[in-house]
Design a protein around this ligand. Structure first.
Ligand SMILES: [Zn+2]
Length: 312
């Protein structure tokens, strides 16, 4: 079977190369948002901030798109100042690919937790030279850029990039335009802290424009919409788990119909429920008799007849 498949691939070599070599991605564009801040990108949104002494680029583009090199060429054509910093919003490769093209003039900045993921996973990017824990300020000459880590949210290393004087917040992978589910699934999210951080971002001062990592430009209300959804999803899944319901039943009961006008709802609600259940499995300890999770999840681990703390 695999021989036939290989043969088929050889015959259609041109087609196979087209499918894997050049992905069918939207052409990148640049949009000026304020005097000093620009959004750029194709499949994903990045941004850049231009000061009198240099430029800071936030995120690269999807691997194989050529978008990061394209940006470098555009910046050289349009501006006289060098790219001093590249800021990595988080370690996920889709958002940081190709940033090594800026290694001649720029230093990479990321949260301290991003670096081990980048090295372990062999991300195709510029490895961060400057790392920080809570907050960091970058001065580009007349323009200050505030980098903030609000604790673990989407990943343990997602940061927010705020340009207060321009009223712009670059908030990658934490929100989408208007009412929308932000993520296909919640696998590596910290739910409790995400709910807190979304509320904070929804109230933060000096934010008129929010640039998400995917889709259209939005505003602060998007954080509150997503916060409300995430909180309701957590509460409803948790309630059913406490009532002793298994995941198959929870998928039937927790339909979240009142949020069905949110973008990406129909595509992602099932994986959102499943991964919320998985998160809550780790979060709670059922009271004795309150569930069979310890022998059921997710491939079964054999606690069996022995007392799980005291041995046989
Ligand atoms: Zn991500």
């Amino acid at each position: 079977m695999s021989v036939i498949r290989s043969l088929f691939c050889v015959i259609l070599m041109g087609l196979c190369a087209a499918a894997f070599g050049q992905r069918n991605l939207p052409a990148p564009t640049i949009d000026q948002l304020t005097e000093h801040v620009y959004r750029y990108g194709g499949l994903t949104n990045g941004a850049f901030i231009v000061g009198s002494e240099g430029i800071a680029v936030v995120d690269g583009q999807t691997c194989g798109s050529g978008g990061t090199q394209w940006l470098k060429d555009q910046l050289a054509e349009r501006f006289d100042v060098p790219v001093k910093y590249v800021i990595l919003s988080h370690d996920h490769e889709m958002h940081i690919c190709g940033l090594e093209v800026f290694a001649d003039t720029a230093r990479a900045v990321a949260h301290v937790n991003a670096k081990p993921h980048i090295i372990r996973e062999g991300r195709r990017t510029l490895v961060p030279e400057i790392t920080f824990d809570q907050n960091m300020q970058l001065d580009l000459g007349g323009i200050e850029v505030d980098l903030m880590w609000l604790g673990p949210t989407h990943t343990d290393n997602l940061i927010q990039v705020h340009v207060p004087s321009e009223g712009v917040l670059i908030a990658v992978d934490f929100v989408r335009e208007g009412k929308a589910l932000a993520m296909p699934e919640l696998r590596d999210a910290d739910i409790a802290n995400s709910i807190k951080a979304l509320g904070y971002l929804g109230r933060m001062e000096n934010v008129d424009i929010v640039v998400p990592g995917h889709g259209g430009i939005t505003d602060q209300q998007a954080f509150i919409y997503f916060r409300d959804y995430l909180q309701a999803l957590r509460d409803r899944v948790l309630e059913q788990m406490v009532a002793g319901k298994e995941i198959e039943e929870i998928l039937e009961i927790v339909t979240m119909e009142d949020f069905s006008d949110y973008g990406w709802f129909h595509q992602w609600i099932r994986s959102n429920v499943i991964t919320m259940w998985e998160q809550m499995y780790h979060y709670r300890e059922p009271t004795e008799g309150g569930g069979r999770y310890e022998s059921e999840f997710p491939i079964g681990f054999p606690v069996g007849e022995v007392d799980k703390f005291n041995g046989p």
